[in-house]
Design a protein around this ligand. Structure first.
Ligand SMILES: Nc1ncnc2c1ncn2[C@@H]1O[C@H](COP(=O)(O)OP(=O)(O)OP(=O)(O)O)[C@@H](O)[C@H]1O
Length: 827
């Protein structure tokens, strides 16, 4: 076993290496970096060459490595190194003589599928470029920049005119600028990076990518024919002729998986590529041991086809829970992750064993859901619902009893005006209609908008949400806030957060809704256990979905069972007096949540209202112009909803702060959570139909017990709206665009939303007999359950209060009210 080389040994500039270790605490390269850096560098004599092919600095590169292994730096570092060296290789010692300048236009383009990812790469780029160099060497001329859907094109054009040396972009917006922005100079482009290639393809960007590559080739050929490598600006720029720069454009493709679509893209985008593959990361970084790295030559091919490698230190579990108890099981799971301490006033003490040590970092949990509406609902519920009143008072085990302040951003009144036109719920999810304050707001007034809720059920825990229907500012700021927070926190999100996003120190991933494809499973769990850190992942399944475990096993993914009863035992720590029965405790919790959702817990008093949704700011922000168009080629999520220009984003960022309890709050109407629950339920049933066709035998709506499913949204009854909603499914191939693309940030993110009153009641004739869940047989299909995994009535427990309703419902599938073939087709 050979020792891991240092960055310097790999050929990286010593000052750059020093900057990485002292300023960014990055001392040891990861396997993919060990593979890529020499391959992409013009290696100087005396440095390590891991492979003969690394001499050929002109060749394209394919980087493949599992999630969270440092692919971003794997391509950024060699690019920055080469620009740096080329700009300072001057005989006279005067770096200005080299002519490196932002006016040369864009030298490197990094294409990413989503805006969050673009922002994240830009932040990494900023960090690396902050390096302080010897006086004779400067990096100031390397200007990083970002253009992406949702931002204002006019300001982007201005920045492109001034020159952006390393440009991070989403494909639609890049194509737009290539076609329409005269001043966008790519004549001297030397690097094109396609990051998260598999995701780019899944979002339907293949055509855009082909056009982009074609346009870039044409521009380069034109420029080269006219001026050679000296460039068309000064006609003789030594920098551009430096042997450190690739003579032609070097294209780099990054992917965590090796699906056939990715290989097809590689075939088109790459010429004679070097294949760099990162082996498994050592579990503790840096330990200098056991790094396996392979750099393959031109004909290097991936050996395995499934290629779903997951970090070995990641603990993967699943839990089987009856549909009706999903919500309680989720709450109990979160309670297990976020233990509490006895409040000073209380005599009941949680078991000490569950309490973390004082120096343990607070957990950060990401919960994946299948639709935007479901994210809105769960964030609102977990973030606001109060526990049963007889639960003992507890305090957070992490924040020493004090409630951490909530991060907020400023939003201009002009946004609220846009919201009033139908999207108000996005910003004030619990308002039945625009609040009185918002309605009378002057366009120039700004509001504070809280990015998180503080959870009464989980004291000290902040609850965030992220999905593609949120305004871009909210998405970006939520990503940043959750990523940076050191507070115990939960993020409810759709798959918009599944790929590439590097939330630091995520300890747990919960897949409450199974992913629509196995690839998504791998990417979702890749948000934890990054760079050798520990992590845990938990997959929720209902009994009829247990077949999914075989699908995972077939892909080499092995998950262990978690016991349902053990998971719920935590509820006994907050037990009703003299109750040792976990079922009673679970029932109490379910009833409380249902009351909370239906508003039957009584009208909230002013002091009970969440205090942080929107509080009027004392100052005003300039109102933004009309929305700019988002990328049209498919891809970024939610951009059509609202747009912010960069300045306003910056302004919002500057204003980021925390709200205190004294902030005035906008009152929320009592029934709005119920609306969210219904919308979430509807969207959830719909998105169930979007699973991959190969998994339809497992995830088929026919197998769902709609009544029990409704319980998991704290609804006592199946909302009648679901009928009309699901019966329209056959018409809803709009989830894919006319070009056959998926919806903007993943098809399940954009499961249709419930908006306003139901269009048409579907049915109120009940049909399916809703049996009570069989507690003894939950989690497994046994004698107490019917063939489809649902509890049978025979084994019901009459004395079990939860769930108690036995309603007759129309079975839309039986009565032909819903064409099941249409339901399952093509979605
Ligand atoms: N050599 C290193 N040592 C320690 N940390 C590193 C190193 N390289 C990168 N990191 C950090 O690891 C994290 C993950 O890196 P990155 O996002 O590039 O991974 P990735 O492979 O692109 O993951 P994904 O496939 O999920 O996008 C980042 O926070 C980054 O700063």
């Amino acid at each position: 076993m050979s020792a891991v080389p240092t960055f310097e040994q790999l050929g990286l500039d010593p000052e750059l290496s020093q900057h990485l270790s002292t300023k960014l605490s990055i001392g040891t390269p990861t396997p993919i970096q060990v593979a890529s850096i020499p391959a992409m560098l013009k290696t100087a004599a005396g440095t390590v060459k891991l492979d003969n092919s690394s001499d050929e600095t002109e060749r394209d590169v394919f980087l493949q490595s599992e999630t969270g292994t440092g692919k971003t730096l794997a391509y950024l570092l060699p690019i920055i190194h080469r620009m740096l060296v080329a700009s300072t290789q001057t005989a006279s010692g005067d770096i200005r003589a080299q002519g490196a300048s932002r006016q040369l236009g864009t030298l490197a383009i990094i294409l990413t599928p989503t805006r969050e990812l673009a922002k994240q790469i830009q932040m990494t780029l900023d960090d690396v470029l902050k390096l302080s160099l010897d006086r004779s060497r400067r990096s100031y001329w390397m200007v990083p920049g970002i253009v992406m859907g949702g931002d204002k094109k006019a300001s982007e054009k201005a920045r492109l005119r001034k020159g952006i040396t390393i440009l991070v972009s989403t494909p639609g917006r890049l194509l737009d600028h290539l076609q329409n922005t005269q001043s966008f100079c790519v004549d001297h482009l030397r690097w094109l990076v396609l990051d998260e290639a598999d995701r780019l393809l899944e979002l339907g960007f293949e055509e855009s990518l082909r056009t982009i590559i074609q346009l870039l080739n044409e521009r380069r050929q034109q420029s080269f024919a006219e001026y050679g490598n000296a460039g068309n600006l000064a006609m003789n720029v030594p920098f551009l002729q430096s042997p450190e720069l690739p003579t032609n454009r070097q294209t780099v493709l990054c992917s965590a998986t090796l699906k056939k679509e990715v290989k097809r893209l590689a075939g088109f985008a790459l010429t004679d590529p070097i294949f760099c593959r990162g082996g498994a990361l050592p579990t503790k970084q840096p330990n200098g041991n056991s790094v396996t790295t392979r750099v393959e030559g031109a004909d290097g091919q991936a050996t395995a086809e499934s290629n779903f490698t997951t970090p070995s230190q990641l603990k993967q579990h699943y839990i089987v829970t009856p549909a009706a108890q999903r919500l309680v099981a989720l709450t109990a799971t979160l309670m297990n992750i976020f233990p509490c301490r006895q409040a000073p006033s209380n005599r009941l003490v949680p078991r000490e064993a569950t309490l973390p040590s004082d120096d343990a970092p607070p957990p950060k949990v990401v919960v994946f859901l299948s639709s935007c509406d479901s994210v809105d609902f769960h964030q609102a519920l977990v973030g606001q619902a109060k526990p049963p009143r007889f639960w003992p008072a507890v305090t957070s085990a992490y924040s020493h009893g004090s409630s951490p302040n909530v991060p907020f951003i400023s939003l201009a009144g002009s946004h609220l005006q846009t919201l009033r036109d139908g999207e108000w719920r996005l910003l004030a999810p619990l308002s039945a209609k625009p609040s009185a304050k918002a309605a009378t707001a002057k366009p120039s007034t700004s509001y504070r908008y809280a990015l998180a809720e503080t959870s009464p059920i989980l004291p000290g825990v902040q609850v965030y949400r992220l999905h593609g229907n949120l305004p871009q500012t909210v998405r970006t700021e939520t990503y940043l806030a959750f990523s940076r927070t050191k507070t115990a926190s939960i993020l409810f999100c759709t798959d918009v957060a599944a790929r590439g996003l590097d939330f630091s120190n995520v300890s747990h991933i919960i897949q409450y809704d199974p992913p629509s494809e196995v690839t998504d499973y791998v990417h979702r769990i890749g948000r934890t256990a990054r760079i050798g850190k520990d992590g845990e992942a938990l997959l929720f399944l209902v009994p009829s979905e247990e077949g999914y475990l075989d699908v995972l096993t077939a892909q080499g993914i092995h998950v262990l069972a978690k016991d349902f009863d053990q998971q719920l035992a935590v509820l006994l720590q907050r037990k009703r007096r003299r109750t040792e029965d976990v079922e009673v405790a679970a029932t109490d919790l379910q009833k409380t949540l249902e009351r909370w959702v239906t508003g039957k817990h009584g009208q909230k008093t002013a002091s009970e209202q969440p205090k942080h949704h929107m509080a009027q700011e004392s100052h005003a922000l300039a109102s933004s112009d009309a929305n700019d168009s988002d990328d049209n080629a498919g891809g970024e999520a939610g951009g059509s909803v609202l747009a912010d220009d960069q300045n306003q984003q910056d302004e919002a960022q500057d204003d980021s702060a925390t709200l205190t309890a004294a902030e005035p709050a906008i009152p929320l109407p009592p029934n709005s959570l119920e609306q969210l629950a219904k919308a979430a339920y509807t969207a959830s049933v719909r998105s169930y139909a979007t699973h991959a066709s190969a998994e339809k035998h497992i995830f088929h709506v026919k197998k769902l017990h709609l009544g029990h499913w409704a319980r998991s949204f704290a609804l006592e009854d199946t909302p009648t709206e679901v009928g009309s909603a699901t019966s329209n499914l056959s018409n809803q191939t709009y989830q894919r665009s006319a070009a056959g693309n998926f919806s903007r940030d993943g098809r399940r993110d954009h499961a249709p939303s419930f908006r306003g009153p139901p269009q048409k009641a579907f049915s109120n004739n009940a049909v399916r007999q809703e049996g009570k869940p069989n507690w003894q047989n939950r989690g497994k299909q046994g004698p107490g359950q019917s063939r489809n995994g649902l509890p049978s009535r025979k084994h019901d427990f009459d004395d079990r209060p939860f769930p108690k309703k036995q309603k007759k419902q129309t079975d839309p599938f039986k009565r032909g009210n819903l064409n099941t073939d249409e339901f399952s087709s093509g979605l």
